[in-house]
Design a protein around this ligand. Sequence first.
Ligand SMILES: Nc1ncnc2c1ncn2[C@@H]1O[C@H](COP(=O)(O)OP(=O)(O)OP(=O)(O)O)[C@@H](O)[C@H]1O
Length: 276
Amino acid sequence: MPNTKPDAAPTSASQTKRDESPVAVRIEGLSKSFGAHEVLRNVSLEVAPGEIFVLMGPSGSGKSVLLKHIVGLEAPSAGRVTVDGLDAADPATRHAVHMALVFQAGALFNSLSVYDNLALYLREHRLGTETQIREKVRHALKILSLENAERKSPAELSGGMRKRVAIARALVMEPQLMLYDEPTSELDPIMSATISEIIATLKTQTRVTTIVVSHDRDLALGIADRVGILMQGELLTIATPAELRRSTDPRISDFLNPQINLSSPRFKQLETAKTS
Ligand SMILES: Nc1ncnc2c1ncn2[C@@H]1O[C@H](COP(=O)(O)OP(=O)(O)OP(=O)(O)O)[C@@H](O)[C@H]1O
């Protein structure tokens, strides 16, 4: 996860003047190739400050690669990505804009307690005294209903709790932009709904611009302001959940409501496509 603080970090949170206003993300004509493999093709979209934008698409369609461009971990082959008007590929942007990325696997340190996982970023960047850090960490733990887990190691927690810890850790960074990579993967339907509710609640409470990469149809249709669907590196559509529900485009309805068809199984079609 890129760090998001100026290098000359002040020693006290009271001295810290951080811009917490939500930012816009703009992607203009983005193409990305790895060798001869063109993964993203002329993708353009804009996420407004304070919006929840969910990016969906089949496996391998380029969602994670797109996310990496936003946080500056990949540079475009063509086109441009800006965050708050600043070039996302410029390392200086990560210092100017406070971004927090919640990884698929959580990326927590099992050798540290939940509390210390959350405090780590604030301590490393000297964002306050221990008392101020405790206040921020406890506040984030309370929002995510994790008060009883603070002394535990992430290894002792369930998958759902670990996701909540990863979100709490992102929250203490007071981000202007929150990015989630598959936040509900590997969770049961109830816990997936809980995480979706948390993402939507955090956005309402903090007005943070939120981009979620997800396969979770319920999450997308339940909390997104708008949904983008990537297919084979191209943006098929950007639509509100209501528009997607009404869509008569078979590619969209088949993606959102795939029917299991044992008389013509999809894996057989994949085999045919490969050999033809
Ligand atoms: N660094 C890289 N070098 C070469 N190819 C890459 C690299 N990163 C991604 N790719 C390729 O880009 C394509 C898109 O990958 P990406 O991870 O963005 O897909 P995705 O839509 O996020 O898939 P999933 O939903 O399965 O996570 C894949 O074919 C992948 O192999």
